[in-house]
Design a protein around this ligand. Structure first.
Ligand SMILES: Cc1cc2nc3c(=O)[nH]c(=O)nc-3n(C[C@H](O)[C@H](O)[C@H](O)COP(=O)(O)O)c2cc1C
Length: 171
């Protein structure tokens, strides 16, 4: 009998995937990923996140030039731009925490779907231009761009410092 994959397995197995095949990522898959995102917790359950789902090649090319990670965007079949809606926000820190929880839910969902993804933050330095490409006004504040696709390989390695480095006290 096949062993059931747990959330803990998905957390440990998830790696940032930066090399993708040219295989298509369906709209339905992107909607599943966003569904995982919107079920993240948020302060007062205000759900401040908004998304742009991008599979259009011309738009991907316009976004690729806005980051030094252009090769990742060019190689990914799909992108999800994650925004905070400023008009829905109530607390700077808590709304940004909610965006992080939302993004992590989405990354774990891609892992479960057998897709790969990477959280791209470097592009935030050009977030104004990203909004221009996506024809969004300043009400929407870019939090991250997720590059999503079918993994080319599973050779990614990542390290964490030992647990004891992080636990300040165990009282
Ligand atoms: C806020 C944030 C911004 C990031 N920005 C980028 C980025 O611009 N380009 C990139 O290749 N990876 C980016 N990453 C991915 C990290 O490099 C990656 O999560 C880290 O090296 C740990 O590797 P792992 O995700 O495989 O465990 C970002 C991650 C976070 C959380």
């Amino acid at each position: 009998m096949q062993k059931k994959t747990t959330v803990f397995d998905a957390i440990l197995n998830r790696r940032s995937i930066r090399d993708f095949t040219s295989e298509f990522v369906s709209s339905a898959m992107l909607e599943t990923i966003v569904t995982a995102g919107i079920w993240a917790p948020s302060g007062l359950n205000n759900q401040p996140w908004r998304f742009v789902l991008i599979r259009d090649e011309a738009i991907r090319e316009k976004l690729a030039v806005l980051t030094s990670y252009s090769h990742i965007i060019e190689g990914a079949s799909a992108l999800i731009a994650v925004y905070l809606d400023i008009d829905t926000m109530y607390d700077e820190v808590k709304d940004h925490q909610a965006a992080g929880a939302c993004i992590q839910n989405m990354l774990l969902c891609t892992e479960e779907l057998g897709l790969g993804a990477v959280w791209l933050g470097q592009i935030l330095k050009n977030k104004k231009q990203v909004n221009e490409v996506l024809e969004l006004d300043d009400r929407f504040d870019l939090m991250a761009l997720l590059a999503i696709g079918h993994p080319e390989h599973h050779d990614q390695q990542s390290r964490r410092k030992p647990l004891s480095d992080f636990i300040l006290k165990n009282l």
